[in-house]
Write a protein that binds this ligand. Structure first.
Ligand code: IPD
Length: 267
């Protein structure tokens, strides 16, 4: 592994572990809504992002940052060729607030617009997923692989309908859900994009689909899935689909198209 990338990885891993452990002792904090009643934030989201950015910036002052909480205030910065750390301080904030133990700190590093490393740590289950481009994906240091499933009828999808809250999209997503329910083995909705994708990476789930996501939901976990052998995806595409195999992703997209056609024909 490139010496410089290893230095980035080792330092970031230590910071993510420290940040995750803070969540284990969280208590008596206020919850605020951001863009809407379901879009929640706590002092822990803000503080963890602030600390991660500060410590990384102290070490590498020229690096750039895309963080969920700062982007909420100042907008999402453009992705340039410079090394850019993409941070979700708590993915699954609503789960965290409800003590569902299904939330993670997520940090990815993109260099020349290429995903270089990804770290996702769920401190509640002590699951730490990591990947460095070209060097495989790992769970707590053990190499992981997707299960390679290609048959949609045998698959369990993590499927999240975040955009269906918007009446403009509700009907579209109800059609897709009805269609999918008829053909696949099961659906789960975990409330965290990064953990859903990591469970595809280690073969517990077959695919994860969610529209309307942001780079911080995708950067680290997406690399972990591709390094585990899963289907590739576009970092800046908000419609996130990761799957155990390209064949499974392609089959899903065919069914998504069919569901959209059924809806149009029903009108
Ligand atoms: C959310 C989670 C959730 C997804 C939402 C995201 P947050 O991130 O990943 O699973 O459906 O679209 O915003 O707000 O908990 O960091």
């Amino acid at each position: 592994m490139d010496h410089q990338v290893k230095e980035y990885f080792d330092y970031a891993l230590q910071l993510v572990k420290e940040a995750g452990k803070v969540l284990l002792t969280a208590k008596d904090y206020e919850v605020e809504s951001k863009s809407d009643v379901y879009d929640l934030v706590t002092v822990y989201d803000r503080k963890i992002e602030e600390v991660l950015v500060k410590k990384l910036k102290d070490k590498w002052p020229d690096h750039r940052f895309i963080g969920e909480e700062e982007s909420e205030v100042s907008g999402i910065p453009d992705l340039t060729d410079e090394p850019t750390w993409i941070i979700d301080p708590i993915d699954g904030t609503a789960n965290f607030i409800r003590q569902l133990r299904m939330s993670a700190v997520s940090v990815g590093l993109v260099i020349r617009k290429q995903q270089t490393l990804g770290i996702v740590f769920n401190p509640f289950t002590d699951e730490c997923y990591t990947a460095v481009k070209g060097h495989g994906a790992f769970l707590n240091g053990e190499r992981i692989y997707t299960n390679g499933e290609t048959d949609i009828t045998k698959s369990i999808f993590a499927y999240e309908l975040s955009l269906a809250r918007n009446p403009k999209y509700l009907d579209l997503y109800m059609y897709r859900l009805k269609h999918l329910m008829k053909i696949i083995t099961g659906i789960r909705s975990l409330g965290t994009a990064v953990m859903s994708a990591c469970y595809v990476a280690d073969g517990r789930l077959d695919a994860y689909q969610c529209d309307g996501l942001y780079p911080w939901d995708i950067a680290a976990a997406g690399l972990i899935v591709t390094e585990a052998g899963g289907k590739e995806f576009d970092l800046m595409d908000p419609n996130f689909l990761v799957a155990a195999s390209k064949a499974l992703a392609d089959e899903y997209l065919i069914h998504e198209k069919k569901a959209d056609e059924e809806r149009i024909n029903a009108k």
